[in-house]
Every structure is written in structure tokens, then in C-alpha cells.
Write a protein that binds this ligand. Sequence first.
Ligand code: FUL
Length: 506
Amino acid sequence: MNDWTIGRQGGPGRRKRMGSGAVCAAAWVAAATIAPESCAADPPQPYGPTPTERQLRWHEMEFYGFLHFGVNTFTDREWGYGDEDPAVFHPTAFDADQIVTVARAAGMRGLILTAKHHDGFCLWPSAYTEHSVKRSHWRDGKGDVVREISEACRRHGLKFGVYLSPWDRNHPEYGRPAYLEYYRNQLRELLTGYGELFAVWFDGANGGDGYYGGARETRRIDNRTYYDWPRTWELVRSLQPMACMFSDAGPDFRWIGNERGIAGDPCWATLDLTKPGRYPGGSAEGLPNGERPGTAWVPAECDVSIRPGWFYHPAEDERVKSPEQLLEIYYASVGRGCCLNLNIPPDRRGRIHENDIRALMAFRRTLDATFATNRAAGAQVRASAVRGPEPAYAPGNLLDGRRDTFWCAPDEEFTPWVEFRFGGPVRFNVVELREYLPSGQRTEAVALDCWEGDQWKEFARATSIGNRRLIRLPQAVESDRVRLRVTRAAACPALSEFGLYLEPGK
Ligand code: FUL
């Protein structure tokens, strides 16, 4: 058993000396690249699939927004047929700075814009079609929503991503090989014209009835073969190597399997990509929970709209989700290791509606108040087992506010525990855990105890951890000692953060 150490407290930007004394500079260092002499001695062997650098950056975002905006905003529809007159697109007071500053104030770290939805109308003046903003009267046909939003994102420090619907109910060639060339040409415009993209979102809804250049018929395609996805993915990789691609089955992040923003529990970051149906628009089976051990790291995104619909509808102004509903979604998405993609649809002015802003700001205030202070910081820490040599994998790493340092057990130790002693009673109702992702998802179940009277009392259990696990207790706990027990693991656990927080009013 190890001696007590005082939990280290460090800011996110602080660099820490590790092992032999060399400095680990990168925010994330893949386990495989940690050379023993430069960082820490004897790192744990990664377990199962592990994330790429681009996926690690995506994990760090945790919360970003979706912007569904287009002809549907003005026609009061969710799925445009494809025969809309571009003139219907006429935002009266479009303001990219308002949209982006609202997102930023809500705590979002990026925005994904529907550059083209199923109706085929393009929010940028594509050279390959007339069915776009250039045929609208907005900004005299000289406007470019993709440009304005992407530039506002950069001005305000948010990342930017695009949604380009594969299904196009306007294009005459949809369903035939010629459409694929059109689709990739459009994608190339978006990949090369608007700076760095953090995400490219490939929707799974495909085929059906539509305008199709006047044919007005039903066109069915084979999701598995028609789009030749590997070629499209290759285009994204070559032009935007750090962009993460979304679809039902990845390759970089997956759909959670519902549009309520709620992850399964457990929710593993891994999937078995050899199973049938693992392609965009394929099967949703296994997506809410992920699969163990899986063949690839394909973590989940929970997408949900702040309103009943994805696009703005005046009739839904009073049906904006409440701050409490948004918090529940946050704990069931971000708190289960996923990223939350919350849709905030611009209205007919081209701004975020006041009711949505009110809910977002109240939601943010609660989150800020909750996570302002880690009540476990500064605790004395000891663990049942620590991977040697000290201090590279010491349990104090759990309290240093950094994801790139971690407490790790020796290879043969799968169920270690760590105990935190505070100077006096500490009150909390949220427990936070993070796993060191470059070593894979190793921990399968944990239990938490508090010291009551003269014995330990279990107050919570959880399964998968991954990027972030938040355990929100119905009732606050008060104790001067807390113990975290790993009760099941696939390999010696590697946990990077531990926190205790209190929601206002608890
Ligand atoms: C779905 C689409 O059909 C919806 O309109 C929306 O864009 C949602 C995010 O994805 O598949």
C-alpha cells in the first residue's frame, strides 16, 4: 500500500514533470508514443482499440451545437421536397455573430451547419448548382451563410463543421452515378473553401420521393453500395486530415441511435465494424451501448434539438426544452462519455430565438456553478496499488485537472481502489471520472463509498467511464472520506481524473 500524498492541483495549461524529468508537452500523448525515457517508465500496454489524435481532440470538445437552417426555416417543414423556390430563403436580420456568441455563451466549443439538407438547397454559392443562396434575394444573391458562420466561429474561438446531406431531393441525377461526382465536388468546395473543419456530418436518411429536377418520383438507393463511402472518406482525409467524420457507423464518431440526446448505459467508445449493417444509414443495433471489445474506436455523439423539430417553426416557440431537461440530457450524454451535439435552429430573422437563449443561459449558469470547484481537490490520496516507479502513475494525478496524467495500477491488478481524505466534511452530488483514453477503455465497473460513522458505505455504482463519466446523485452526500473501487476491468485501470461537485440548491 502506498503512502498518503496530497492531491496536486494544476490549471489546464500547466506542464508537469513526469518520470525521468522530461516534460510532456502535448495535451494528449498517445500511449504508444510515450517513450519511457521522455515521459513515464513502463506505461501500460493499450487494451483493445484506441483513439486517434483527431478523435482525442474531438473528445475534448464534449459539447457543441448543430445549426439547422435553410429553406425549411421559411416553409415550416422538416424535410423539403426539393422543389422550393430559392427566393423563399430570406432571413430578415441574419447575424452570424449573434448565433455564434449565443453558442459560445452556452459553452459550446463548435458548430456544425447544415450546408445542404435533404432539399438540396445550398447555403453557399456552389459552382455546381443554381439551387443555392445565389438565387435568393438575401444579400442580393451575393451572400454565403457557410462563410459568415465559419468566419464568426473563428472570430469567437469556436470550431466549425459541416453537414452535407447525401440524400438530395432536388438533383436530377440523384440515385445515379453522376450524382456522386456532384456530391464530391460540393464536398470539395466545403473542404477547401472555409478553413479548418473539425467535423463532417454524413446523415443516414436516404432515398424516397422528391422533385429530382422535375421527375417527381420515388428513388431508392442501396445505402451499402451506392455512395461508395470509402472514396468520399478518403477525400475528407486528404483535404482535412484532422476533421472527424460522423455517420451511423463512424469512421470517427457514431450516432447514438436516437434523436433524444440520451446515451445507453453503459456506453462503450468501441464498435464491432465487422458486423453486418455497419455503414452510413445501416443498422442502429448496438449503437446506444457500443460493443466490447470491438474492432475500432468509434465513440458516440448524442444529437438532439432544443425544440421538437430540427428546423425553426414559430409554433414551437413555447416548446423549447427547459434548463432542467437540458441538464438531464447533458448528464446522459457528456456524462456517459459522449459528445453532445445540441441543435439550436436560427429563426426566420437568421438569429437564435430569445426563448432558446433564455433556456441555454440558465442551463449554462447551473453547469458553471456546479463545476466551478472540485471539492476533492487538495485531498490526501492513497491507493491500494500504484504502477511503479513513483511518481509517474501516482493517485495524486487524479486531482491535477489534467487528462494526460493518470493513476495506473500494475499489470496484474485489475480491481484497485483509491481513497480520498478531506480536511473536514465535503458535500457533493456529482462524481466525475475520466479514463486515460490513449490506453483504451479498460475499466468496466466502479463503486463509490463514503465514510459513515466507523465504516464504509457504498453510495453509487457505474459502468463504462471513457472520456467522462458523471454520476449525478439524487441526494447530496457529505463525508470526510470517499473511496473509489474499481470492481471490474479488462486490464489494469488507467484513470486520469476524479472530481466531486455540488449542484446549486442540493
Ligand atoms: C436526420 C435528418 O433526416 C433530420 O432532418 C436531421 O437533419 C437529423 C439531424 O438527421 O437523419
